[in-house]
Design a protein around this ligand. Structure first.
Ligand code: UDX
Length: 456
């Protein structure tokens, strides 16, 4: 019998590639051959970011298929991208699988698709290949999204996803309240775009309903009451590289690991780490205020300023800022974030609350300051500040700006709060247990691997 051969398909965004790549690394370690399918555009980005890092031991075979857009087209035209994915990619994926199965003795034995690429479950079913759908965010949000038909029926949203009445929904008393006006398609103003995103979410959501396995990058311990609301959903996370060294992460930007040697020179629990994930964009005025806020705290800081972090052109700092803080700052365009958060010199994490960043901060026991922008980030903020109580919210002023004074005050508050730190460390231990041998997520992962191997 040949090797089990999994084909993994992430949605083409950084926060989706990283956890599925990590899941693929876990499968590769357990004897699977992995074909990791990226869009051509993303494949090129990852390979470019990797080009100077020749030390990677790659056990994953990355291949690419077109996303349906023209080579020079702007992938930030999100509506166009989603329509192209749905119309063009199923055909390309089917052809790829046929080609692999004709040419390779280890035929594809299962397909693991990000739920945001749920259409791939249909392709797999048509081809008679077992399928798993992987949800990269929290199970609580998923529980709400699988209730879209009921939300329509009860008149909360219409058939195009438009909110007819704002409702605060709490699916269980131990889960955060969700605001129906903050569902991801409402994060854009254009009604046509909202409709396209809603259609994309709903189509994928329906397509994964009958997948052989439903997986998520979370754990029973993190959100215990979310699983009775998500029939058959198996948490296998948080999936983090942990001690794994030199394996493909799937970064879109080249990692600047010199900040780790800088961290080595800083005292324990002294550095504020600031990062907004892969696609948050700050207005220039907010960017300046954040810089001045970090200066005002008087603390050391490590700040990820992606080349596209500010709207318009590259970031410009307030006059004299770089010199005034030179002795206590490090600014990089992309950090090895999991290693940074695990570093003993990190004191707290100013974050946009993406689910991966949230899981990485939870797994390292770092207190949070929450600065959400988009989609599930508001819900993740509620988990951090209201449910687990391991961080604080940063609040905007009447102009919609998070002021330098607010930043200084909340940094002081979070650093001075022993209860927050104690809860963060307790949560870290709980999560560590769930991904260790015998823990709930590890057991789900091992059972899943056996079941997947059994389908050969
Ligand atoms: C998005 C959403 O925000 C998130 O909530 C959703 O679940 C997945 O897609 P993104 O906004 O990029 O992702 O944030 P996040 O989920 O936090 O993922 C960012 C990833 O990039 C993390 O794994 C983080 O470790 C990594 N990262 C970020 C780096 O490796 N280096 C950096 O400098 C910044």
């Amino acid at each position: 019998m040949g090797k089990p051969h999994a084909l993994a398909l992430p949605y083409p965004a950084q926060g989706h590639v990283i956890p599925l790549m990590e899941f693929s690394n876990c499968l590769a370690e357990r004897g699977f051959k992995i074909t990791f399918v990226l869009t051509e555009f993303i494949h090129k980005r990852i390979m470019t970011a990797l080009s100077e890092d020749s030390d990677i031991k790659n056990q994953i075979h990355c291949v690419s298929i077109p996303d349906g857009m023209g080579p020079g087209e702007d992938r930030n035209q999100i509506g166009k991208l989603l329509e192209c994915i749905l119309s063009a990619m199923p055909g390309y994926l089917e052809k790829l699988i046929e080609k692999i199965n004709e040419s390779c003795e280890d035929k594809i034995t299962c397909i693991i698709a990000d739920e945001n690429m749920g259409w791939a479950v249909k392709v797999a079913k048509k081809m008679g290949i077992p399928q798993a759908a992987f949800w990269p965010a929290n199970a609580c949000l998923r529980a709400l999204l699988i209730r879209i038909p009921q939300l329509i029926e009860s008149g909360v949203i219409d058939a195009n996803g438009k909110t007819r009445k704002q409702e605060m929904i709490q699916l269980s008393s131990t889960l955060p309240v969700m605001d129906t006006t903050q569902l991801m398609w409402h994060c854009f103003d254009d009604p046509k775009l909202q409709q396209i995103i809603f259609h994309f979410v709903f189509t994928n959501n329906q397509a994964v309903k009958d997948a052989d396995w439903l997986l998520c990058n979370s754990s029973y311990e993190i959100e215990p009451s979310a699983y009775s609301l998500n029939p058959n959903l198996l948490p296998i996370g948080p999936l983090l590289a942990g001690t794994r060294q030199r394996q493909l992460v799937g970064n879109f930007w080249q990692e600047d690991s010199t900040c780790l040697s800088w961290l080595n020179q800083q005292p324990a629990c002294s550095v504020i780490y600031v990062s907004f994930g892969s696609f948050t964009v700050l207005e220039e005025s907010q960017f300046h205020e954040l810089a001045l806020g970090l200066e005002l705290t008087g603390h050391r800081f490590l700040w990820v300023v992606r080349p596209d972090l500010t709207a318009g052109q590259a970031a410009t700092y307030p006059d004299g800022f770089q010199d005034r803080v030179a002795a206590r700052r490090r600014i990089v365009s992309w950090a090895p974030q999991q290693k940074v958060l695990a570093h003993p010199s990190i004191a707290c994490f100013i974050t946009h609350c993406g689910w991966n960043s949230t899981m990485e901060g939870v797994s390292t026991g770092v207190p949070f300051l929450c600065w959400p922008y988009f989609a599930d980030q508001f819900l993740n903020q509620a988990f951090i500040s209201d449910v687990w109580k391991v961080g604080l919210r940063l609040n905007s002023d009447h102009n919609g700006i998070i002021s330098r004074e607010e930043i200084k005050q909340k940094v002081e508050e979070v650093l001075g709060n022993d209860n927050i730190r104690a809860r963060a460390l307790a949560l870290k231990e709980m999560v560590k247990k769930s991904v260790s041998e015998g823990g709930s997520s590890m057991k789900n992962l091992n059972d899943l691997v056996e079941a997947m191997k059994g389908t050969r």
